[in-house]
Design a protein around this ligand. Structure first.
Ligand code: AMP
Ligand code: MG
Length: 410
């Protein structure tokens, strides 16, 4: 049994980054950028109107008001997208729609509401004294040409999509999706939707794994529930080692008589880096490599499997895709956390803000078979080994489940 930190650094030494591929912008959601996105032009690209109104020379409106309207000669109608390049002379104005280019000579927009309105007449009455710069979006006020807008390693969300599109990126380079094999082992496992015979249980772990793989942005290409049978394991695994970047198993790596997974890994020439980590839940964690494939053998208990994936596999997948690291948080305990004398302890937990501070409490269900403990959780809480309870007011490390936000106390 090795300490958590030692296991982490062993894995760190085996990590590598996958290549990249070009995808259409609308297929890039939740992928990790493999390029910097740079502004190839300033934004706005040219001075333009923030309102539907009249482009004026502000000085021409001096002293005008509702009671004392000024009259300007209307010389043009400029719509958004029009390449108009006119110049206003003293006493002239132009109808200028939102987003339309500001004519030369103009230095303010008067909203149409502050005028006698749009028309085909040759003049318009202005009811407001304009100040220079009013309602004009200045060239480059948001972004300068050449600025790095989004850095390589960023996960693409609607905000990145919007920014890429704004700057004309129709395709982007993203990290390739890690190819994953997931498999469960056990004669007792039945797929949900079928009837159980006495002693059988439903396979839940592969459903969790598949969902997590999808959410982290990787791709399951092989999936199976395998009986506790060496030959069946052998044939699934030898194919998985050939085709996949990562193999993740659940169950069959403990001390049970029918726990063959580790043996079969060995038969296939997998190099074992460690088996058993000083953690609870999930002590019999296996990590190995076979050529460029990383192999994680997670124990079968549903909470061990789920927490094991989040703690050990999720960050590995992110690193392989070049994602910028997500830091763990520190919160203050609102309820005691049961430490373990000899093992790093993980529990599902709830984290929320109170007076601007992050506070947390562990799930009340602490058994590694209790999958419903995850329902009341939005984070994982963890403590290094230690004697007795961590009590209310003490600090604790928290990792938000990436798809959930900070909650309310429940
Ligand atoms: P094992 O690690 O194979 O000894 O399994 C530990 C516990 O987890 C046993 O109670 C198994 O029945 C259960 N288990 C193993 N695989 C799964 C799975 N895919 N879904 C739900 N429970 C499982
Ligand atoms: Mg088993």
């Amino acid at each position: 049994m090795i300490p958590v930190q030692e296991a982490k650094s062993i894995i760190q030494g085996e990590l590598y980054q996958l290549g990249s591929e070009i995808v259409q912008l609308n297929d890039a959601g939740n992928r990790i950028l493999a390029q910097d996105i740079v502004a190839t032009f300033p934004s706005p690209q040219f001075d333009n109107s923030a309102m539907d109104g009249f482009a004026v020379r502000a000085a021409d409106t001096n002293g005008t008001s509702k009671g004392n309207p000024g009259t300007l000669k209307m010389v043009s109608v400029i719509s958004a997208g029009s390449p108009s390049d006119i110049t206003l002379k003293i006493g002239e104005c132009a109808q200028c729609m939102t987003g339309a280019k500001i004519p030369n000579g103009a230095d303010a927009i008067v909203m149409v509401e502050d005028s006698s309105g749009f028309s085909d007449l040759e003049s318009v009455q202005i009811f407001l004294e304009a100040t220079s710069g009013k309602h004009i979006r200045k060239k480059g006020e948001e972004i300068k040409e050449g600025e790095v807008l989004i850095s390589k390693g960023t996960c693409i969300t609607p905000s990145e999509i919007g920014t890429c599109a704004t700057f004309g990126y129709g395709k982007v380079s993203v990290a390739k999706k890690p190819k994953i094999a997931i498999f469960g082992t056990g004669d007792e496992l039945i797929e949900p939707g079928n009837e159980l015979k006495p002693g059988e249980i439903y396979n839940s772990n592969l459903y969790v794994f598949a969902e997590l793989v999808e959410r982290v942005g990787a791709e399951v290409i092989m999936r199976n529930v395998i009986k506790d049978d060496r030959n069946a394991l052998h044939s699934f695994l030898s194919e998985a080692l050939e085709k996949c970047d990562i193999v993740i198993s659940s169950g069959g790596v403990s001390m049970g008589r029918f726990d063959y997974v580790r043996d079969v890994f060995m038969e296939l020439g997998v190099h074992e880096h460690f088996w058993k980590v000083a953690q609870k839940p999930g002590k019999p964690l296996f990590f190995g490599t076979g050529n460029s494939t990383l192999i994680f053998g997670l124990p079968g208990n549903p909470v061990s499997s789920y927490i094991g994936f989040m703690e050990w596999v999720w960050p590995v997948l992110e690193t392989m895709m070049g994602k910028t690291e997500t830091k763990k948080l520190t919160g203050i305990l609102k309820k005691p956390f049961p430490r373990d004398k000899s093992k790093h302890r993980f529990l599902f937990g709830k984290a929320w803000l109170e007076d601007g501070k992050l506070v947390c409490k562990p799930s009340t269900k602490t058994g590694s078979h209790m999958i419903t403990s995850s329902l009341e959780a939005n984070c994982l809480l963890e403590s290094p080994l230690g004697d007795g309870l961590l009590v209310e007011g003490q600090s604790i490390t928290a990792s938000l489940l990436p798809w959930l936000s900070l909650g309310q106390e429940r």
